[in-house]
Design a protein around this ligand. Sequence first.
Ligand SMILES: *Cc1c(COP(=O)(O)O)cnc(C)c1O
Length: 361
Amino acid sequence: MIPVTKPFLPPMEEYQELLKGIWDRNWLTNNGPLVNELELRLKQYLNLDHLLFLSNGTIAIQIAIKALELKGEVITTPFSYIATTSSVVWEGCQPVFADIDKETFNISPESIEKHITDKTSAILATHVYGNPCDVEAIDAIAKKYNLKVIYDAAHAFGVKFRGKSIFEYGDISTTSFHATKLFHTVEGGAVITRSPELLKKMAFLMNFGHDGPEKFVEVGINGKNSELHAAMGLCNLSHVEKILKKRKEDYLYYQYSLQPLEFISQKIHKETEYNYSYFPVVFNSEADVVKVMHELGNNKIFARRYFYPTLDVADYLETSSEISVAKDIASKVLCLPLYYTISKVEIDMICRIIKRSLRYN
Ligand SMILES: *Cc1c(COP(=O)(O)O)cnc(C)c1O
């Protein structure tokens, strides 16, 4: 069986070594030493000012929305994971979908501008598959209309744009360290900001609003993560360079092995240091996607239609945006298996089956 992804696991001894310390200290959660160490090492590795380690990437988006005190409408992308949209609704705001760019698959700045009303308070954009959004255009729009910007950077661990971490863009960036992501802590996530005020506010928000044991300064939630999760993160962080290197090799090997198949691949901005976190293929038609998935499935290979359907179809939404590019890409995209332990032989087999099912050989 070849799944679309498999979590990376460090050598068990490395994890056990950190567990010993946890048992010795008998300190399991609430801002323990390993949580602090992980935050510090992530900030060093990614060269960030501020980062808070949270229980997951969804609570990270919710805390970001709460910290920025967003109200009314939030312009967002319909081509992302459902957590991007549901978080907006959960925080009492209304998602308004802008269309995406047909080459980068990210939210289109022109379409954002078309959807701004006097109720718009923010833009929530996803760096889809780790590909940086048009951050400059989005920043310019935000300045012009006085809007806040949150980036859902759940796919973007290790990505740099113009020499700095993509997490440094926007008022707040959020990310996920879920087991299926490139760098993970089993469950986990983070918020990143350059603002000391927002950092302080989010530190209260993630911990019930506690300011000391007897004072509550914000309507908080429990967004903390544990020593056991931090331990996994510390182990995985020491392997992340080789994970990134292996993914790049596999990504390039897919591109090579799929020849001469015609498909659209995502256009990555040239000033990007990319992380190769997914291998999306946009076929010529939805029928081709279905055919390929079926053939792969017959061989116990499971590709996934990330992201299909577009998020506007969620039962709890009523939206009327024209998002034809997003609909089109969503209907034709398929993410092929990509994970640390996938072999070249397996990639060969996947590519052979795809080409055969579309009669390209
Ligand atoms: C994974 C993911 C999330 C949610 O992260 P969790 O840690 O699973 O809560 C949010 N947005 C995007 C784009 C994701 O891929």
